[in-house]
Design a protein around this ligand. Structure first.
Ligand code: SAM
Ligand code: DTB
Ligand code: SF4
Length: 323
């Protein structure tokens, strides 16, 4: 019998679907068991996001406030100065964040922006923070340049199952996403790749997303699971809310199929109860975004999260546990 705590890349889609279909207590027990084989279940990594370039994006992601294709009332802005980004990162670190993720509303990176990006990444890294960026598609040389500047992780999500993708985005393909992920890997960066649930997809699509992630040649070291934050004016802004227990199931299956990855309880926490977040941690989630803002939407304030973690007897993840 294979050890359920050892990473495997040969999951079948039926196996992943079968995990979703387990009785809830059995699923959570298995996920919690796998979680403690690799992590301290009392630890959670605190990550802070910053939108370094907001709005006006050429892509048509049906969930996104920043697409130029939809009228969401969001004002677009230019790429921030590196010094301003580093100042925000210092504030985040002082408030308790261990990881800092820079996001840009771009379809892809333009070479002319590389010097600024390299400067901000180097400055954030120099503060002793783990660095992550999500800047759209990139080329192999661009991936190498970001790595050389000090970028630890690149975030690029698959979002949903391969067959559901065209319902959500039409301006790029699943294959485009996979190609960027390959370049990130080849450049020696860690991969941050996950998706969104609550976009009106079915359980089969949630299983399909996790199957796609867990059958990559190397599992993404970081797997953000976002609950859709509905944005008025976007095609998916009226999606019916997902059953919270199904959200927890998704986290639990992610934990089981990618046992060594950091599973991030990402967007959507503002509307989640403390009890639901506690269940999410029990199911193996071990990172949250902190600070009152995600990229363009709001998030619980740090003091609220600090109180939640204290009440649960949980603590920020140590540096050693992350590597
Ligand atoms: N433009 C880059 C890209 O899409 O790759 C990076 C920024 S993009 C905003 C990063 C990720 O945030 C998306 O891949 C998506 O998974 C998530 N996201 C965006 N809008 C969201 C929303 N309204 N609710 C939940 N997650 C969202
Ligand atoms: C990810 O998967 N979730 C974060 C991060 N990667 C960049 C972004 C969430 C964005 C939520 C919507 C917003 O604030 O615009
Ligand atoms: Fe652009 Fe990223 Fe938003 Fe898609 S998710 S519209 S690529 S900013």
């Amino acid at each position: 019998m294979t050890d359920p705590a050892q990473p495997r890349s040969d999951w079948t889609r039926a196996e992943v679907q079968g995990l979703f279909d387990l009785a809830f207590p059995e699923l959570i027990f298995r996920a919690a068991s796998v979680h403690r084989a690799h992590f301290d279940p009392a630890e959670v990594q605190l990550s802070q996001l910053l939108s370094v370039k907001t709005g006006g994006c050429a892509e048509d992601c049906g969930y996104c406030s920043q697409s130029a294709h939809f009228d969401t009332g969001l004002a677009a802005s230019r790429l921030m100065a590196p010094e301003a980004v580093v100042a925000e990162a210092r504030r985040a670190k002082d408030a308790g964040a261990q990881r800092f993720c820079m996001g840009a509303a771009w379809r892809d990176i333009k070479d002319r922006d590389l010097p600024k990006l390299e400067a901000m990444i180097a400055g954030v890294k120099a503060l002793g923070l783990e660095t992550c960026a999500t800047l759209g598609m990139l080329t192999e040389p661009q991936a190498q340049a970001l790595k050389a500047a000090g970028l630890d992780y690149y975030n690029h999500n698959l979002d949903t199952s391969p067959e559901d993708y065209a319902r959500v985005v039409t301006t790029r393909t699943y294959g485009d996403r996979l190609e960027t992920l390959d370049f990130v890997r080849e450049a020696g960066m860690a991969v941050c790749c996950g998706g969104i649930v609550g976009m009106g997809e079915g359980r089969g699509d949630r299983a399909g997303l996790l199957h796609a992630l867990a059958t990559l040649p190397v599992h993404p070291e970081s797997v953000p699971i976002n609950a859709l934050v509905p944005i008025p004016g976007t095609p998916l802004g009226d999606s019916p809310p997902l059953d919270p227990l199904e959200f927890v199931r998704t986290l639990a299956v992610a934990r089981i199929v990618m046992p060594r990855s950091v599973v991030r309880l990402s967007a959507g926490r503002e509307t989640m109860s403390r009890e639901l977040q506690a269940l999410a941690f029990l199911a193996g989630a071990n990172s949250i975004f902190v600070g009152g803002r995600l990229l363009t939407t709001s998030n619980p304030e740090m003091d609220e999260d600090a109180a939640l973690l204290a009440d649960l007897g949980m603590k920020p993840m140590t540096m050693e546990a992350r590597l």
